[in-house]
Write a protein that binds this ligand. Structure first.
Ligand SMILES: [Zn+2]
Length: 207
């Protein structure tokens, strides 16, 4: 069996991908989805199993509106501190929760914080997960992040980039991080920046 390796980039020239981690969030995920719908733009959501169980309707909306969907573990733990058995359980339970809500197979997966090692690769391979990381992290998860700061951090946005954003926050370093308003406010200007560079947003899809 070929060992799973995380993908970083989208292959088609002239495209890039917006990704949203740590949801679904009852307040901010609908705001992100509304904005994406207004602009007619696809994104990809990496959702956390325990939050999916609270809001399966948001996962159904993500799917119905044509976005990409992946799992992001069951409870967003510090992966590097887990035993292999715990790691496997987190990944499997997270994926199952998303698949139950979506009503279809969901192989795409993003490890929390992008933490990836040999054990993560073994677990992903055993579970048939397709792991994704990213190329651009504008640090929207930091307390005090602003829309202007997020857009400015993406000044280097180019073809193939995978942008890490958050429509929710799990294990927040600061309660202020739970407010995703800056990410929502950055979305329009970010799409304008991409359009000015002739970059077309696509959802993540394994080749
Ligand atoms: Zn995360």
């Amino acid at each position: 069996m070929r060992r799973a390796q995380p993908r970083h980039q989208v292959p088609e020239p002239g495209t890039f991908a917006l990704t949203f981690d740590d949801g679904p969030d009852e307040r901010f995920t609908p705001q992100v989805l509304d904005l994406l719908a207004e602009r007619g733009v696809p994104a990809t959501f990496f959702v956390v199993g325990r939050s999916v169980e609270k809001h399966p309707e948001l996962v159904r909306r993500i799917v119905a509106e044509g976005h990409g969907l992946g799992s992001h573990t069951w409870s967003h733990p510090e992966l590097l501190g887990l035993s292999f058995a715990q790691l496997l359980r987190e990944c499997r339970r997270g994926r199952r929760a998303v698949e139950r809500a979506a009503g279809r197979p969901v192989p795409d997966y993003r490890p929390p914080k992008g933490h990836w090692d040999g054990r993560g690769a073994t677990a992903a391979t055993a579970l048939g997960l397709r792991p994704w990381v990213w190329t651009q992290d504008p640090r929207d998860w930091e307390p005090g992040a602003s829309a202007e700061g997020i857009v400015a951090a993406l000044e280097g946005l180019g073809s193939g980039d995978v942008v890490l954003l958050h429509d929710g926050i799990q294990s927040a370093p600061d309660p202020a991080s739970a407010d995703r308003s800056a990410t929502v406010a950055a979305l329009g200007p970010l799409l304008d920046l991409a359009a000015a560079r002739d970059l077309r947003p696509v959802r993540l899809e394994a080749p």
